[in-house]
Design a binder for this molecule. Sequence first.
Ligand SMILES: C[S@@+](CC[C@H](N)C(=O)[O-])C[C@H]1O[C@@H](n2cnc3c(N)ncnc32)[C@H](O)[C@@H]1O
Length: 274
Amino acid sequence: MSRKVDLYDSAYGNYESATYRQVRIETYGEDFGQTSWVTTEESNAIPQLLGLRSDSFVLEVGCGSGGYALHLGEKVGCRLIGLDINKPGVRNANQLALARGLASQVRFEQCDASKNLPFDDNTFDAVFSNDVLCHLPGRPAVLVEMFRVLNPGGRMLFSDALVIGGMVTHEEIATRSSIGFYVYSPPGENERLMERAKFRHIRVKDTTESAARIAKQWYHAREKRKEELVAAEGNTNFEGLQRFLSCVHVLTSEKRLLRYLYVASKEPRDHLTP
Ligand SMILES: C[S@@+](CC[C@H](N)C(=O)[O-])C[C@H]1O[C@@H](n2cnc3c(N)ncnc32)[C@H](O)[C@@H]1O
């Protein structure tokens, strides 16, 4: 059985370290503090997919260290709230918001997003979540909550890198799950749950190949900086994360685990059935 490996505490706690920054730049091209499989191309497409405007109010579920929400705040001019369960991530995000003069426009809260979201119905114009829902128990209720806090006419986007595409061994599942709690889903289940939560106009894109590429780039960027990373996170954790990244690469490049990007809408008020 694979031992528990830490990804998020070390990534967010070492956010400002030049080594971790270089790993992110080499992995993704542009540094938004990512710890996911989102390519820079996908990051750049999200504002348009969500129909963001400068007067939008946006919720990011699982914002990590906050870099992408702050980028949206700067680029689009919208207001955002980011939620994450990870304390170093939220602390880093709020510090970055202050340092960039965005604290009145973009704020971050520590929150377990598998529980009811701490917002009124119909609060946000857009809700998104990059590679986070796989970490949350109770996806049907999570999607209902995302629907509830979304304004009629608003859009929702999330990605799921744990859709089963083929045969996977128990050892692969253990290594793939070594960084925390995970839910694996059968193909079509996310679409079915979104329908059930009353989302409409569901669009799905297969992004498995780019996830395989990110995993490979991330693995090699870390391998090149092994000495510094071992000093920061310890040898056992370094090796554990390398096994995790290598496992993601193998499973996604062989299409045994698939990553999908989902975009959907809440019908405008006059289309909603009572
Ligand atoms: C794969 S990372 C993605 C982070 C960010 N969205 C990105 O693209 O880099 C998953 C994130 O989900 C957060 N997370 C895990 N369980 C959570 C929970 N129950 N509630 C809120 N956030 C959670 C982790 O702390 C982590 O920041």
